[in-house]
Design a protein around this ligand. Structure first.
Ligand code: MG
Ligand code: MG
Length: 251
């Protein structure tokens, strides 16, 4: 059963999502060579909690120890912030953040360059971000989940890159992870039908090399099997009668 949200619940998610979007703006400002991922985590937690009623969604979720997932270079998702992980010029870092506000979760990830990065990496980031918007464009009443994945994957392939298949987007709201799963590949007109009030996290994870992944011994960090770089862009989106509405942006 897909959980549909009322217009009022969607407004609440947009309020939480705006806090999340401003947290990303704080991250963008803070990311520079020499800063550790633990310091970014501290900034994000402080910023979220400075808003009355807002708390980090990820801290404690399935036992995750931090506010942000901080995944550097070949790390795809679920990197654990650490004071020993210091960013260097040319790195990229994917910051994934969840905010719980008014009883509802929102979820958004963004990949940032640390200073100047190389052309291959910039291409990876550009293609991944544009594949997110290609997916969002399909989040319309009457379309199917497969339309989203097909659009994401087509954009990524056109860029000569590959989507990660082991990890998927998801419904989000009362829980961080709800039905349906939203893969970054698929066939048009296949999968659950999208209805007004559905709120989903669309989140392409895209690799330069192989799509294969492995999980590090910390049991969290998922990396590319070949050690090449990966990018991750994610918005929480409401399917509405007026088309897709991005909830994780500054209102
Ligand atoms: Mg996320
Ligand atoms: Mg997500």
């Amino acid at each position: 059963m897909l959980q549909l949200k009322s217009p009022r619940e969607i407004e609440t998610m947009a309020e939480g999502g705006a806090i999340l979007a401003r947290t990303h703006i704080e991250m963008r400002r803070a990311i520079r060579p020499g800063i550790s991922t633990a310091e970014l985590d501290r900034l994000a937690e402080e910023f979220i909690r400075s808003h009355a009623g807002a708390t980090p969604s990820f801290k404690g979720l399935y036992g995750f120890p931090a506010t942000i997932c901080a995944s550097v270079n070949e790390e795809i998702v679920h990197g654990i912030p650490s004071s020993r992980r210091v960013l260097r010029e040319g790195d990229i870092i994917s910051v994934d953040i969840g905010v719980f506000y008014g009883g509802l979760h929102t979820d958004s990830a963004w990949t940032y360059a640390v200073g100047e990065t190389d052309a291959e990496t910039r291409h990876l980031m550009d293609v991944t971000e544009s594949s997110l918007y290609a997916g969002i464009e399909q989040a319309r009443v009457g379309n199917h989940v497969g339309d989203i994945g097909a659009a994401v994957e087509a954009r990524v392939r056109r860029g000569g890159l590959v989507v990660v298949r082991d990890l998927v987007g998801h419904g989000v709201g009362h829980s961080m992870h709800e039905e349906p799963q939203v893969p970054n590949h698929g066939k048009p007109r296949r999968g659950p039908r999208l209805a007004a009030g559905l709120t989903i996290a669309i989140e392409p994870m895209v690799n330069v090399g192989t799509a294969e992944t492995r999980t590090l011994s910390d049991k969290w960090t998922v990396v590319t099997a070949d050690g090449k770089r990966s990018a991750h862009f994610e918005h929480t989106v409401a399917v509405t009668e007026h088309g897709p509405r991005i909830l994780t942006k500054v209102a």
